[in-house]
Design a protein. Sequence first.
Length: 585
Amino acid sequence: MNPQKPQSELRKALTELRPHFVRAGWFSLVASLLVLMPSWYMLEVYDRVVNSRNHLTLTMLTVLVMLAYVVMEILEWGRAEILRGAGVAFDGRFSDRVFRAIFDANLRRVPGGTVQPMTDFRTIRDFFHSPVVMAIMEAPVSLVFLVLIFMISPVLGWSAVVGAVVQTFVGWLNERSTQPPLTAANRSAIAAQQYADGSLRNAEVIESMGMLRNIHRRWMERQREFLGLQAIASDRAGGFQAASRFIQNVISSLLLGLSCWLLLRNQLNGGAAMMIVSSILGGRVLAPLVQVVSQWQGVVNARDAWRRLDGLLSAVPAPPETMALPAPRGALQVEGVVAAAPGGTVPILRGVQFALPKGEVLAVVGPSASGKTTLARLLVGIWPSAGGKVRLDGVDVHAWDKGELGPHVGYLPQGIELFDGTLAENIARFGQVERAKVEAAARAVGLHEFILALPEGYDTQVGREGARLSGGQRQRVGLARALYGDPVFVVLDEPNSSLDEEGDAALVRAIAELKARGTTFVVMTHRMSVLSVADKMLVMRDGQMAAFGPRDEVLAALQKAQQPVPQAPAQRPAAPAGSTAVVPA
C-alpha cells in the first residue's frame, strides 16, 4: 500500500482558511435567498394590494422589501470583506515564505528564482475574493431554487435540470478549448517579461554596441506569440460566454412559456403568478454557472499560478528551525570539499582541504577559472558542497542560520551589488543604522572623506544597483559593508579589482587593523599587495590545491618550482601534515 502523499504547504494554508470560507458561505446562502424578495414583493402586490387597494399594506410590503434589500447588501459586503480577509490571512501566512523561497531558488539556481512567483502569489491571493469564488458559493442556493421549481411543476424542474446540464457542458467545452492557449499565453508572457528584465539590466551594453534594434525584435517575437495565443483564447472564451448567456435567456423564456402551457392545462401549482416566479428562478439556477464561464480566464490563471507556486515551495522547502548557536570566533576548517554549481554535475572544486586559525589572513591566488569564486561561496555557506564540509568553529557553515550567522560574517563578491537606498543604509546592511559603526567601516576603507564631501553625506541615495557611483566607489562601499560591525570572519573575492593605489593601500590597512582585533580573512586576489598582510597562502589550479602553507614558504616553493629542472627528479616522499605542498605547473 502506497503511503499517503503529504499535504503541500498551499493545501495546508487552504485548510487553515476554511473558517473564512464557511462564514462567507453562510452569508452567501442568506443573501442569495433574499434575491427572491423582488419576486415575493411582486406577488404580494398583485395578490394583496391590487385586490384590496389598501395603502397601508402597500406601505408595509414596501418597507419590508427595502429592509430585505438593506440586509442583502450588508451580507454581500460582509461576504466580500470575509473573503478579502482570507486573502490578507493568506498573504500574512505566505508572503515571507514566498520571498525566501525565491531568494533560495536564486541561490540554488533552480527554476523559480525570479519575480514571477510573487505575481503568482498575488494572483492566488486576489482570487479568494474574485467573482468566480462568490459565484461558486452561490451554487448551493441554486439547488434550493431548483427544488422550488420542482414544487411548482416537475416538468419545469426537469427543464431547468436540462438547462443546467447543457450549461455545465458549455463550461466543460470552454475549459477544453481555452485552457491550452491560455496556459501557453501565460508561459509566453512570463518569458517576454523575463527577457525584457534581462535586457534592461544590460542597457549599457545594448546601447553602446547598437544592439537595441535586434533586442527589440526578439522581444517583439515573444510578445507577438503571447498576444496571438491570448487572442485565440479570448476569441474562444467569448464564443462560449455568448453561448452561456444565450442558454440562460432561452431557459428563462422556455420556463415562462412552459408555465403558461401548464397553466392552460391546469397543471401549474400556485396559479398564474408562478409563471413569472418559475422564469426568475430558472435564471437564478443558471446564474452561477454563467458567472463561472464568463470568468474562466481568471480560473485558469489562478490554477496555473497555484501549480507554479506549489512547485517552487516543494522544490525549495522551508528551512527547519535550528537551535541557537554561540557567536563564532573565526576558526575555519575546510574538510576535503567537492563542489559543483547548484544544479550542475561537473565538479568545480575537488578535494580542497585546509585549516585557518582565528585571526589569520589567507590569500588565495590562481588563474581564472581555478575555483576561487566557488571556494568563496562555499566558505560563506551560500553554495552547498557535494562532499566534505566547511566549518566555522566546528559548525557547518551552510547549515548555519544565516540570520544568526550573518552579522558575524563579511562577504564581498566579485560582482558588487548595492541596493536602492542611502550610503549609510547600504553600509549598515539595511539594519538599524548605527552612525558610529557606519563611519568606522567607511574610514577603514578610505571612504569617509569622499562621503562627507557629498551634499547629503551618508544620506546620499546610491540609486538602483549603485548606478550613481563609479565602479571603484561601489567596491569601496561593498568593502565597508563587509567590514561593518567588526565581523569575526571575512571573505573577499577580488576586493581590489576596481581600486586605485590609494584604495588598495586602504584595503591592506583595513585588513591589518581587523586582523589585529582577531578577525579571520580569506582574500581571493590577483594583486600582490594583499600578500603583505597574509599569514598563509593557497594556490588554486583547475579546482584543486596546488599549494598551501605559510606565505613565505609557498612563495619560495613556487619560485623553486618555476626554475628549470636539468633532469627528472627522483620520486619524493609525501610531505608531512601541516607542511607546504606544491604541485608544479
